[in-house]
Design a protein around this ligand. Structure first.
Ligand code: ADP
Length: 298
């Protein structure tokens, strides 16, 4: 089951939420949808599920046009909204029966889903007696009741304690074995733990769409260099293979290169050619965490 998003733009009056975003998700992938708060993640998810309409663009799920045919699309999509809205006064089974009757799902699915999300031992309880992690399992059970082939999960791990986090992540991974999953988060480690692919948006624009393996082997080098003089940004920009440059004050630059060559010697050459001296130079391996920070910070 695939997802295809083409040139989606969404404005809330004057507020731009998404600007010309396109991406595809292939059958069976688990995709981490990352971005800082306000980047447009929830908006994209609501559009994917047919809950709101974009101003421009097209969304297909398994070749069904979500904008033309939202009900048909929703039959194959399971959506867990942010903050997992539940009726917490209800018992777990009662809630799932209620959801099953709304969505006209065979009641026999309830026990299957309870087992699938690891809720069996807690299923006789009231939802408000459950821990946040188990409440999240109830949300996930409701999301998979109609056996959707695509799961859209909006920040499913927010507010969980470290143990619950690990459990819910592994549950998402398990569910992803036979589904295409798109889930939003602002935690990069989560993506490393669970996903095959990473999509990063910032201020409504797509900045990265790569497999995790490509991201991990992206030949990025971060080099921190202190010159003896102030160096103009225009000069720094003449360095080959430079992706990002950041002046961090006191004649110090943090430079990110994408190259298989060791760029440290190039920086010495650059300094010599331009009449500077390198006082200090250090390089670090780029973690996904630092890549994410760099891509999403101002
Ligand atoms: P994220 O999920 O990445 O935090 P959102 O999609 O919620 O981002 O928000 C993207 C932008 O759109 C933000 O600037 C937000 O304030 C704005 N926004 C979201 N929903 C609405 C709405 N219903 N009305 C007006 N502005 C909204």
């Amino acid at each position: 089951m695939s997802i295809k998003v083409s040139s989606v733009t969404k404005n809330y009056q004057a507020q731009k939420a998404l600007n010309n975003v396109s991406f595809e998700a292939k059958d069976g992938q688990i995709i981490g949808f990352l971005g800082p708060n306000g980047a447009g993640k929830s908006t994209m998810m609501k559009i994917l599920t047919g809950f709101i309409k974009p101003n421009k663009g097209k969304v297909l799920v398994d070749d069904i046009d979500v904008l033309q045919n939202p009900i048909k699309a929703q039959e194959i999509i399971g959506y867990l909204p942010e903050h997992n809205p539940l009726y917490t006064e209800m018992y777990v089974r009662e809630y799932l029966q209620f959801q099953a009757s709304i969505y006209k799902v065979d009641k026999s699915r309830i026990e299957t889903c309870i087992n699938k999300v690891g809720l069996t031992s807690e299923a006789h309880k009231k939802i408000n007696q459950l821990s946040k992690g188990y409440q999240q399992r109830v949300g996930l059970a409701a999301t998979i009741l109609h056996d959707p082939k695509i799961l859209i999960l909006d920040e499913p791990t927010t507010g969980l304690d470290p143990n619950q986090l690990v459990e819910i992540r592994s549950l998402i991974k398990e569910l992803g074995k036979d589904k295409t999953v798109l889930f939003s988060t602002h935690i990069m480690q989560e993506v490393e733990a669970v996903c095959d692919r990473v999509i990063i948006i910032k201020k409504g624009e797509l900045v990265i769409d790569k497999t995790l393996i490509d991201l991990q082997q992206n030949n990025q080098q971060i080099i921190k260099v202190i010159f003896n003089l102030e160096v103009e940004e225009s000069q720094i920009k003449t360095l080959e293979n430079l992706v990002v440059s950041k002046n961090i004050g006191n004649n110090t630059w943090q430079l990110t290169f994408k190259s298989e060559e060791d760029m440290r010697s190039k920086i010495f050459d650059f300094a010599q050619e331009n009449g500077f001296k390198v006082l200090e130079l250090s390089s670090e391996n780029k973690t996904l965490e630092s890549l994410f920070r760099e891509l999403t910070l101002q």
